[in-house]
Design a protein around this ligand. Structure first.
Ligand SMILES: C[C@@](CO)(OP(=O)(O)O)[C@H](O)COP(=O)(O)OP(=O)(O)OC[C@H]1O[C@@H](n2ccc(N)nc2=O)[C@H](O)[C@@H]1O
Ligand SMILES: Nc1ncnc2c1ncn2[C@@H]1O[C@H](COP(=O)(O)OP(=O)(O)O)[C@@H](O)[C@H]1O
Length: 285
């Protein structure tokens, strides 16, 4: 991922995340779920470029298929920040989309976080990371971890974050040919919602589960099939509410060999797990 900065333009990375495990511990009265998860970033993602406008307007190019610009988390984040700070500036925003959408790898949330950081810098607002994370949370439960940019043990709805230092292995991430809606998974009566809260993270996160995985696999055979395919190679699991599944490898060579074998059947990518988001590297903080 490359990035560049001038006073009127800025290019920043927008990485994906994986949920190394995901426990659902209960449901709050507002319908949101209490969860425990570990987020790790991968060195693969989208790129966003921001060009300053003085008229307070926003453009996004290209638009995402099936997502009206007004519903795009990039534009929503830009408008939220503009309103919160009463800023009169705007931006032309370019998006290079590489991340599959709706796959549980957080592309939309990551785009929102990169937009908050990018415009904070371009407009010289001087908001703190904590202020940006607060604005981010109003856009989605996953946005704060991308704003903070540190691999984290998360609780609450995903916003109570404790940085963790994890091994940085290689992953193969496969995108089964189906769409899984996060809201639908959380509305399903069959979702297990009472996993006992962990007091302490175990050393080996593969001992833990993704509580959404069985439900999603039962409803979407394509997810089950991709998972079983990966399990022939390495420990594998679903990320978030799916549909993407990932397997862990010690080396890039092993991961590439697995992806090459998958290429006829699945779309996917190889990436390294990283504890610090590439976004942080390019910010003047
Ligand atoms: C559960 C995770 C794990 O990473 O799933 P993925 O989206 O990554 O698959 C995320 O926290 C999702 O975060 P995000 O995708 O930002 O969720 P939001 O837009 O805030 O919420 C989407 C819908 O999911 C449900 N939701 C989300 C988070 C949560 N802790 N409890 C919930 O019940 C709500 O019903 C909400 O309507
Ligand atoms: N910039 C964006 N990138 C991806 N999806 C977006 C974006 N803005 C809005 N969306 C909407 O959010 C949904 C979830 O997107 P995404 O964050 O990629 O998945 P997930 O939450 O499963 O990780 C998409 O299906 C799409 O309708």
């Amino acid at each position: 991922m490359t990035a560049q900065t001038t006073n009127t333009a800025l290019t920043l990375p927008s990485p994906a995340k994986l949920n190394l495990f995901l426990h659902i511990n209960g449901r709050r009265t507002d319908g949101y779920h209490e969860l425990q998860t570990v987020f790790q970033f991968v060195d693969y993602g989208d790129t966003l470029s921001f060009h300053l406008r003085s008229d307070g307007e926003f453009t996004l190019s290209p638009s995402l298929p099936g997502v009206a610009d007004a519903d795009n988390l990039i534009i929503k984040a830009a408008k939220k920040l503009q309103q919160a700070t009463e800023c009169t500036l705007g931006a032309d925003i370019k998006l290079e989309k590489r991340l599959p959408m709706g796959g549980g790898i957080g592309g939309g949330s990551s785009n929102a976080a990169t937009t908050l950081h990018g415009l904070n810098q371009l407009w010289q607002l001087g908001l703190s990371e904590a202020q940006l994370a607060d604005i981010g949370l109003s856009l989605g439960a996953d946005v704060p971890v991308f704003v903070r940019g540190k691999a984290a043990y998360a609780e609450g709805v995903g916003e109570k974050l404790r940085p963790v230092t994890l091994p940085e292995p290689w992953y193969v991430v496969l995108r089964p040919d189906c769409h899984v809606s996060t809201a639908e998974v959380f509305c399903d009566p069959a979702l297990p919602r009472n996993t006992k809260k962990l007091e302490k993270l175990p050393e080996d996160l593969w001992q833990l589960n993704n509580d959404c995985q069985k439900l999603v696999c039962d409803k979407h055979p394509a997810v089950e099939k991709a998972l079983q395919w990966l399990l022939e190679y390495a420990p594998a699991r679903m990320t978030g509410t799916g549909s993407c599944v990932f397997a862990q490898f010690d080396s890039q060579i092993q991961a590439n060999a697995c992806l090459a074998a998958a290429a006829d059947t699945y779309q996917g990518f190889v990436a390294q797990g990283i504890n610090s988001s590439p976004l942080l590297k390019y910010l003047n903080t």
